[in-house]
Design a protein around this ligand. Sequence first.
Ligand code: BES
Ligand code: ZN
Ligand code: ZN
Length: 502
Amino acid sequence: MKIDLNKPSQKESHTEVLVVFSSTTKKGKNEVVKLSNVVVQESLQSSIDDKTIAGKAQEVTLFRDLYVAGSRHVIVAGVGSKIDAEGLRQLASAVYSCVKTTKAHTVLVDMDGVIHSKKEAGHFVQAFTEGFGLSAYDFDELKSKKDKKEEDKKEYHFTLSTKLATDASVKKAFHEALVLTECVNFSRRLGDLPGNLMTPAILADEVVHAVKGTGIKAEVWDKARIKKEKMGGLYGVSQGSHQEPRFIIMRYNGAAQSKKPIVYVGKGLTFDSGGISIKPSAGMEEMKYDMCGGANVIGTILAIAKLKLKVNVVGLIPATENMPGGSATKPGDVHTARNGKTFEINNTDAEGRLILSDALCYGSEQKPQLMIDAATLTGAMAVALGNIHTGYFTRNEALHKKISTAAETSGELTWRMPLCDFHTKDMKGTYADLSNMSSGKGAGSATAAAFLEQFVEEGIPWAHFDIAGTAWATGGRFPYNPKKGASGVMVRTFVQIAKLFA
Ligand code: BES
Ligand code: ZN
Ligand code: ZN
């Protein structure tokens, strides 16, 4: 797919599909529906009169073979009385689906029909572009291509048309949208690949390949190095698998060397069988997504580098399988994390916190200005917030404010969860410093966060994002996300966080 941003052409432009916007205004008791293009309005007045076009937000109607305004088909996209950036992101997705039904491939979108001020132009262009770019993701590389329809193979070419196309802030926003969608889609693919084709070694290779030409330096530690570096949590979880673990380090310096980095940590559990505390078989296949935290951190670092943000960042991805092989960690075993803290493993399925412990220690050693992690950590998170909001935990008020500002800009839904000393107390061990299972009832996501906190050096502002409910299968909520597949959640928000520190 190709997306361009252009000024409206002086001459009548020729395109297969023209997208115009419909909106409503109140006149006394009546709702008046207006289309953004007068010529189209004239041709479709009867459809407005009979309320086929009601102008409601998210209402998308296709008029085939209309042959007006230089276009064969017309799509009328409803914005209601007012629309925001997220509304436009979703509307773009609905338009994209509609375009797919037309068999046409060139599409012109009259963005001036929805942009009413210079201030909102950048946001609106960005949101609309993201809606298209995110909707275009299709994970079909493992299917035999033979039965693909001829028209599906043709590339879509979208042109967004606005008088402000050459405005610096609009161009920048458009470019940001293209980079973000490319990187989110990259993360999604890593998540969607099955466990046999996305092992820790393959994940590391993907990173080494992807950083070429971006200015990011990638370093990969193998099993021997992980052991030597005293990463007992990551090493311990990997013991039950024939696949070797990896510790992936990505560094991008967009600012002076002296500037403290932001460290992003992502859980890269390429398949979570539960280990000896094995999971039930129903739904276990979904545990290929247990590396989405890692995948989304990879996408974040790539996006930050491609946008050339003036910030230093480090991405850390502990990657392993969690399998019940003969050498696997057994319930009751005790391992030692990189900072010397010991933990008893009372349930081998609570492995995410173990591999993250070492990564958070290593992250703390980088003396960051802040540290953020993303992990499909607890089923309890999905119970609490479903596949709508991503829950995050932080005790740092200033960081909490930054996160909510960043999420408001990105349009991703987040919700702050509680983390306090009661949760910390519940994670104390009987035979070791810590237990990987809470001794209390409930609050499974918060106690997991309290466990992670034990590996963050005091004084470092830190937030933990539990993406267990939002990392995949969110398409029913957000139309630009795949129905079942990986969502790439938090890449956009994490990049916005970096922008706040750039
Ligand atoms: N990867 C899972 C968490 C998960 C479960 C994510 C379902 C998404 C959907 C994690 O490793 C895990 O198994 N956690 C356990 C922890 C428990 C044993 C304390 C859980 O949530 O059940
Ligand atoms: Zn698990
Ligand atoms: Zn897991």
